[in-house]
Write a protein that binds this ligand. Structure first.
Ligand SMILES: *Cc1c(COP(=O)(O)O)cnc(C)c1O
Length: 390
């Protein structure tokens, strides 16, 4: 028997109680029981996003909410800044171009965080910028960007809206939408929310809603004002992915019981363990400022990258993610985002050790697992054990 274990940054593992809830007979989205559930889901989403604003649920993958941000906030010929520090930052630019929005690209070496001062310089050189599009946790490189500082600087230096792709950060990393003055935050269902792919979420500040009222780019399915109107009646404008919402209700209940700050701390502990375990077996990390949602690790040049990932998957049942774009075949990414606990970290590093040994990499056997365990023993155990698994 080979038990399969998923360590990819989306989709992520789904808790048993979520799967069981989704196996129930489907309910109708215009019946009162749906409205009752949707109302609870929305309250818990506001808590998760740390905002007093409504969080809109769209039936699309995360990219749909990214596209909704562009086409609801901007008008033809508007100009926007986007930070390209990886595959997902690059996507902001692609969406803007698809809608005829002019772009100023801030290109950052993949693996590095953006220096927020570069954004300020760009704002000073271009007084007509309407929005700044950034990524909080860049999933292609495992890099954390300082969106709190970026939001502060953009607000101090312009009227541009700050739009954050929080797809691998909401439900994993500290992100305080209102307190940090972020105008728009987006996430997707198959990452920190522990449910299958198919839903995306977006919240807008008062300033952003005002802009949405003036936007003239074309939109229909992704019209956020329409979604907001429906939400006021605890509905969605179109048939939502009801089954996923039923799962989400359970998953958000788990997050609420654990407490969002404990969820962030659990991710921090697991991230330190995975980083420590990888380095202890002699591997190097890609990210200079690592995200606690996932860890990107260089595959040593001496190893056969294909054999490495095949062994991990076929011999040990572990799925990790490879590199994207220019990093293809050069790195692997271990996710610790969502439904993971300490023994998951021990397991994945143990499998990594066995794979490295099979591929001829020399290191002290057990050093990785030992490093994971030492991070765990430093952590506050009450915090880990009262976690989402209840
Ligand atoms: C996964 C991901 C996306 C894209 O989401 P889809 O659900 O594949 O559309 C965008 N940004 C980041 C940071 C992601 O991790």
């Amino acid at each position: 028997m080979l038990k399969k274990r998923l360590f990819t940054p989306g989709p992520t593992p789904i808790p048993e109680q979520v799967m069981l809830a989704m196996a129930q007979p489907i309910m109708h989205h215009r019946h009162p029981e749906f409205g009752e559930m949707f109302r609870r889901v929305n309250e818990n989403l506001k808590y998760l996003f740390q905002t007093q604003q409504e969080v809109l649920t769209l039936t699309s993958s995360g990219t749909g909410a990214m596209e909704a941000a562009v086409c609801n906030l901007l008008s033809p010929k508007d100009r926007a800044i986007f930070v390209n520090a990886g595959k997902f930052g690059e996507r902001w630019g692609e969406i803007c171009r698809a809608y005829g929005v002019g772009t100023e690209e801030i290109k950052v070496e993949w693996g590095d965080p953006v220096d927020p001062r570069l954004i300020v310089d760009c704002l000073r050189n271009h007084s007509d910028i309407k929005a700044v599009f950034v990524t909080h946790s860049e999933t292609s490189t495992g890099v954390l960007h300082d969106v709190q500082e970026i939001a502060r600087l953009v607000r101090d230096n312009s009227d541009a809206l700050v739009v954050v792709d929080g797809i691998t950060s909401v439900g994993a990393l500290e992100l305080r939408t209102d307190a940090w003055g972020i105008d728009v935050v987006i996430t997707g269902s198959q990452k920190g929310l522990m449910i299958p792919p198919g839903l995306s979420f977006i919240t807008l500040s008062d300033r952003a809603w005002k802009r949405a009222g003036q936007s003239t780019l074309p939109k229909y399915y992704l019209d956020l004002q329409r979604a907001k109107k429906a939400l006021d009646q605890h509905e969605t404008p179109w048939t939502p992915a009801v089954t996923l919402l039923v799962g989400l209700d359970i998953a958000l209940g788990m997050i609420r019981r654990e407490g969002v700050e404990s969820v962030w701390e659990r991710h921090a502990v697991l991230a330190r363990a995975i980083r420590g375990g990888s380095e202890a077996v002699g591997l190097r990390l890609l990210a200079r400022s690592p995200s606690n949602a996932l860890t990107a690790v260089w595959i040593p040049a001496e190893l056969d990258a294909k054999r490495f990932s095949q062994t991990l998957k076929q011999t040990y049942g572990i799925s990790v993610a490879g590199g994207q774009g220019q990093l293809k075949g050069k790195i692997f990414r271990i996710s610790h985002l969502g439904y993971y606990d300490e023994l998951d970290a021990v397991g994945v590093i143990s499998a990594l050790e066995m794979t490295l040994r099979d591929c001829g990499w020399r290191f002290e056997t057990g050093a990785g697992v030992r490093a994971v365990q030492s991070q765990m023993s430093k952590a506050d155990h009450t915090l880990l054990t009262k976690s989402a698994m209840q």
